[in-house]
Write a protein that binds this ligand. Structure first.
Ligand SMILES: NC(=O)c1ccc[n+]([C@@H]2O[C@H](COP(=O)([O-])OP(=O)(O)OC[C@H]3O[C@@H](n4cnc5c(N)ncnc54)[C@H](O)[C@@H]3O)[C@@H](O)[C@H]2O)c1
Length: 355
């Protein structure tokens, strides 16, 4: 069984590759990743030397590179994407190229060279847009993406459905809520706030932190993906989420992080002004996936405790990231100099990252 994983050096992809390698000893895994700012080969350093794992640096937008790897593959799990909402509002074209065109290149290669291979598209609940409480959209809900990121992911999903319907590809889609856990690039809310807290730097929380996301521990997402890869039905969409009850706001997440890192609430820096197209609440109905036997194993407090412990222990992983490209983006976007220990005045409407 040869499984091609795209974007396996990113946050969720690397957690998935590790799980797959551990749980399926017959799986040969090829990881195609461009190593953008978000991809880090160090995420899978523990698999180096495994005869069943191979990393290939390459671009899902390059048909020649993709063709060579798709031929002979039995399944493809597609994580590779531009994934940060804040970046998508600045450079939307890059999101269309990678998330929409890149997905087309993969589907086209599967159609021509591995028409019986299973194709699992790793999607996001953000395609449903802002969801009013107490609604929980199911998989048939209308798509109302708010950001260039979620619109590009919706474009990818629709191509996957069309490839199933028109070409008969064995393709399916997962749509997961926000993930957190080890190896998440520290630009997204939870890892950003953990590392800032550990460094005694300000936590830029905006609009009172009232936004609600249904945070899921990354390992639970990866187990859902493995289940869908093996037992999901072709042409179907499966929502994935923790369905936390009660729901938890970003403000409460921030408080939990401060508690777990032993830092004071005075580190919170309230930020004025909305991110353009900013969604207040995400939530999904997950009955379809749960009917296959999946449920989350890690609750939010335990997941955050494990995540904070990982970032405390793995400074070797995140300290090198907080320089170069990261520093430039952070300073421009959050209006804060790294390492100053204090928040500077925002250069423009500074924003905290929510997804
Ligand atoms: N993070 C979340 O909370 C979340 C939730 C639901 C769904 N998703 C989806 O899961 C997937 C993975 O998310 P993540 O948070 O791990 O993202 P990430 O940004 O951490 O990783 C993306 C990976 O894709 C690679 N990549 C980017 N462009 C590429 C290209 N052109 N060719 C090959 N590789 C390329 C990057 O190098 C990186 O390793 C994405 O498709 C995202 O939309 C994420």
């Amino acid at each position: 069984m040869r499984i091609l994983v795209t974007g396996g050096c990113g946050f969720i992809g690397s957690n998935f590759v590790r799980l797959l390698h551990q749980e399926r000893p017959d799986a040969e895994i090829i990881n195609l990743d461009l190593l953008t700012y978000a991809g880090n080969p160090a995420n899978l350093v523990d698999l180096e030397g495994s005869a069943r794992y191979r990393f290939v640096r390459g671009d899902i937008r390059n048909p020649e590179q993709v063709d060579a790897l798709v031929e002979g593959s039995d399944a493809l799990v597609h994580f590779a994407a531009e994934s940060h909402v804040d970046r998508s509002t600045k450079r939307p074209g890059e999101f269309i190229e990678t998330n929409v065109y890149g997905t087309y290149v993969l589907l086209d290669a599967v159609r021509r060279l591995a028409p019986r291979a299973r194709f699992l598209q790793v999607g996001t609940d953000e395609v449903y847009g802002d969801v009013e409480f107490p609604s929980f959209p199911d998989e048939n809900a209308v798509l109302l993406p708010s950001s260039p990121y979620s619109a590009s992911k919706a474009g990818a999903d629709l191509q996957v459905l069309a490839a199933h319907r028109t070409f008969g590809l064995d393709a399916l889609i997962s749509r997961c809520t926000n993930n957190y856990g080890p190896y998440q690039y520290p630009e997204k809310l939870i890892p950003l706030f953990i590392v800032n807290a550990l460094e005694n730097e300000a936590l830029p929380l905006y609009d009172g932190g009232t936004q609600v996301r249904d945070w899921l521990f990354v390992e639970d997402h990866c187990r859902a993906l493995l289940l869908l890869l093996e037992r999901g039905s072709a042409g179907e969409i499966y929502n994935v989420g923790a369905n936390q009850d009660p729901e938890v706001s970003n403000r409460e997440i921030t408080r939990l992080i401060l508690e777990l890192t032993g830092r004071p609430e005075s580190l919170i820096r309230p930020v004025e002004g909305l991110r353009p197209g900013h969604d207040q609440r995400y939530a999904v109905g997950t009955q379809k996936l749960r009917a296959l036997g999946w449920s989350p194993e890690c609750d939010l407090v335990e997941g955050l405790r494990r995540t904070v412990a990982w970032y405390v222990e793995r400074r070797d992983w995140w300290e090198p990231i907080r320089s170069g490209e990261y520093r430039a983006f952070y300073e421009q976007h959050y209006g804060q100099a790294l390492g100053s220990g204090k928040a500077a005045a925002p250069k423009r409407a500074a924003k905290a990252s929510n997804s």
